[in-house]
Design a protein around this ligand. Structure first.
Ligand code: NAD
Length: 500
């Protein structure tokens, strides 16, 4: 494993030397928790504490929501071109600070630098630019009705207005902090909503830095508030808060259910981006030169801590041996190291607790009779590294095939015919994403139509663009982030019907 190189950013260098005392952002001010409580945030590769972040109290949450409530009125009344200008400025500032933000993500979350530098942060820039444009393209409709009881000489006219939902609580997980926060912030701000963002307790530092850049871009005070702290406290309070109009949640299916329960009090709007157990199908005519590294990347990118990770591979029996061997060789050849190291292909998992959880899935697969054909070990000074793992001899009922592991663990199975593999791919409570590797146009089209998933990739995986909607079917949630559809999460339709 490689040593930690000197970060380019002075701010990130200083975190390595001495833990920072982070602040959260309420009503335009950077503040500690009202009772002074903090949570420690560690470098997952070494376990060293890099920051103490505020553990928001109920009164902090109330203050943030109250600030958003007041600020939202003014923001909604701001002309779209001004909202667009600020969103575009946010994108420019993220881009100008891309090295620092990438290093922050690599240190705090553990992700390899290239994941942040070339995929996630550019993705956040693109989202803010896309929704800057969308801010100026929000439109209602005029509708021809069949109402015919207007007084003589009068006419009926009807139209719709699109209005911001109001105050949005955006609650996001730890695996890709900036891009997942942006997927909520950019459309919500474009729509004229005010936001209270609750980043994950394990990875709040990049959200805090993003908040500084957003303030620098000129977003009025209170339109964005950031409360850091525990999900069970700050997150749960936001989900239940009577003055929050909508929760935009990304996280596990279990927490999504708790958020939905908590939201019932004021029937707030809820959109849920939840877990996945995405199948990757390798057809007999797949171009294996690309399909093997493609399937490996589908699971090992960001250490498998990706909602759409292709964690179940279904390989046609005619190519199974070659694919299994190729995947195992790919896994064994990956460079593990500190996220800040430019050569690192896979960093640590986000915490010791999470690595233990992933390790227990591997152990349980072994005890159920599966074979580990690559990896399977926990490594590193505090045991947060899990070697890229490929598991064969599994069957459809095993936990490793059914449950979301959220780590670098791939279960591979053989299939013989296309009906069988479609049934297997759909045999999951999740429906987030899927991949199909084939050179047959006809197979690609036919299979993609029959897979129950919010996204299907053909001869690729994890290809994103600000124009493309992302979201789940079944227990992977509902509502869509990204793309024009994301605006629907943050807009209400008002019908106006008039006799004129
Ligand atoms: P999590 O559900 O434990 O936490 C997500 C967020 O919810 C965190 O900010 C947490 O503090 C907060 N939270 C926890 N308990 C809460 C409660 N009772 N009420 C309100 N908020 C609460 O998820 P995680 O472990 O941080 O992230 C991993 C999960 O996220 C995986 O299941 C993964 O698939 C999912 N995910 C989904 C997508 C998607 O787009 N579908 C993207 C990324 C991650």
């Amino acid at each position: 494993m490689h040593l930690i190189p000197e970060p380019k950013s002075a701010a990130v260098r200083s975190l390595l030397n001495e833990p920072s005392e982070a602040r959260m952002f309420i009503d335009g001010a950077w503040v500690a928790a009202s009772n002074g409580a903090t949570i420690s945030s560690a470098d997952p590769a070494t376990g060293k504490i890099i920051s103490m972040i505020p553990d928001a109290t109920a009164s902090d949450v109330d203050d943030a929501v109250a600030s958003a409530r007041v600020a939202q009125q003014g923001w909604a009344a701001t002309v779209p071109a001004e909202r667009a200008r600020i969103l575009w400025k946010i994108a420019d500032l993220i881009e100008a600070n891309i090295d620092e933000l990438s290093e922050l993500e690599a240190l705090d979350q553990g992700k390899p630098l290239y994941v942040a530098r070339w995929a996630e942060i550019p993705g956040a820039v693109a989202q803010f630019r896309f929704f800057a444009g969308q801010a100026m393209a929000i439109e209602g409709k005029t509708i021809s009705t069949s109402i015919n009881y207007q007084p003589a000489g009068k006419e009926v006219e009807a139209w719709t207005l699109r209005e911001p939902v109001g105050v949005v609580a955006a609650i996001v997980p730890w695996n890709s902090p900036i891009i997942l926060a942006t997927l909520k912030l950019a459309p919500a701000l474009a729509a004229g909503c005010a936001v209270v963002l609750k980043p994950a307790e394990l990875t709040s530092l990049s959200a805090i830095r993003l908040g500084e850049l957003i303030a620098e871009a000129g977003l009025p005070n209170g339109v964005l508030n950031i409360v850091t702290g525990r999900g069970q406290q700050a997150g749960a309070l936001l989900a239940a808060h009577p003055d929050v109009d909508k929760v935009a949640f990304t996280g596990s299916t279990a927490t999504g259910r708790a958020v939905l329960d908590a939201s019932k009090g004021n029937l707030k709007r809820v959109s849920l981006e939840l877990g996945g157990k995405s199948p990757v199908i390798l057809m007999p005519d797949a171009d294996l030169e690309h399909a093997i590294p493609g399937a490996a990347n589908a699971i090992f990118f960001n250490g498998g801590q990706v909602c759409v990770a292709g964690s179940r591979a279904y390989v046609h029996s005619s190519i199974y041996d070659r694919v299994a061997e190729g995947l195992a060789a790919y896994a064994n050849g990956m460079a593990l190291g500190h996220g800040l190291n430019a050569e690192t292909q896979m960093g640590p998992l986000v915490s010791v607790q999470h690595a233990e959880r992933v390790g227990s899935f591997i152990a349980s697969a072994k005890s159920e009779g599966a074979s580990i054909i690559a990896g399977g070990e926990r490594l590193g000074p505090v045991g947060t590294f899990v070697s890229p793992t490929v598991i064969a001899d599994v069957d459809a009922n095993m936990e490793i095939v059914r449950e979301e592991v959220f780590g670098p663990v791939l279960a591979i199975q053989k299939f013989d015919d296309v009906e069988e593999v479609i049934a297997s791919a759909n045999d999951s409570v999740y429906g987030l994403a899927a991949g199909i590797w084939t050179d047959s146009l006809s197979s690609a089209h036919r299979i993609s139509r029959r897979i129950k998933a919010g996204t299907v990739w053909i001869n690729s995986h994890s290809m994103y663009d600000a124009s493309l909607p992302i979201g789940g079917m079944k227990q992977s949630g509902y509502g869509r982030d990204s793309g024009i559809e994301a605006l629907d999460n943050y807009l209400e339709t008002k019908t106006v019907c008039a006799i004129v």
